[in-house]
Design a binder for this molecule. Structure first.
Ligand SMILES: [Zn+2]
Length: 127
């Protein structure tokens, strides 16, 4: 029964939008050039999403879902700030964020979304 609920949650997908100006706009304030962004139930991509990008953004959607959105946004920001203090480099702070590390590490694994352990980003926190 519990496994059924888990699989139902894993199968949730965000609304995906291609050719969006949102990533272009957000890039003015971000330490990286944003290609696609996941926020709440929406994913916006400045071009046409590849399967890899799609999976990367769905992983972010699942991270938000399992933390009921707001706590994930706060944690994401907190990890980025900790990284900024630690590395003194916004770009590196982005790549060292455990939410990003999980997404980049698994975006090319075909069955990852079907079997992703909940809260797996915790395993990507650097000690
Ligand atoms: Zn990402």
């Amino acid at each position: 029964m519990f496994e059924k609920i888990k699989n139902w949650i894993r199968a949730r997908r965000p609304w995906m939008f291609n050719n969006s100006k949102i990533p272009v706009f957000l890039s003015h304030f971000a330490p990286i050039e944003i290609w696609a962004v996941s926020f709440g139930p929406f994913v916006a991509c400045r071009g046409v999403m590849s399967k890899t990008t799609e999976k990367h953004e769905i992983i972010h959607f699942q991270q938000q879902l399992e933390l009921l959105f707001l706590p994930q946004w706060i944690l994401y920001g907190a990890f980025w700030l900790i990284g900024l203090v630690k590395y003194r480099n916004g770009r590196q702070a982005y790549y060292e964020n455990p939410f990003e590390r999980e997404a980049y590490d698994n975006e090319r694994k075909h069955t990852y979304l079907q079997r992703r352990p909940f809260y797996n980003w915790v395993n990507y926190i650097r000690g």
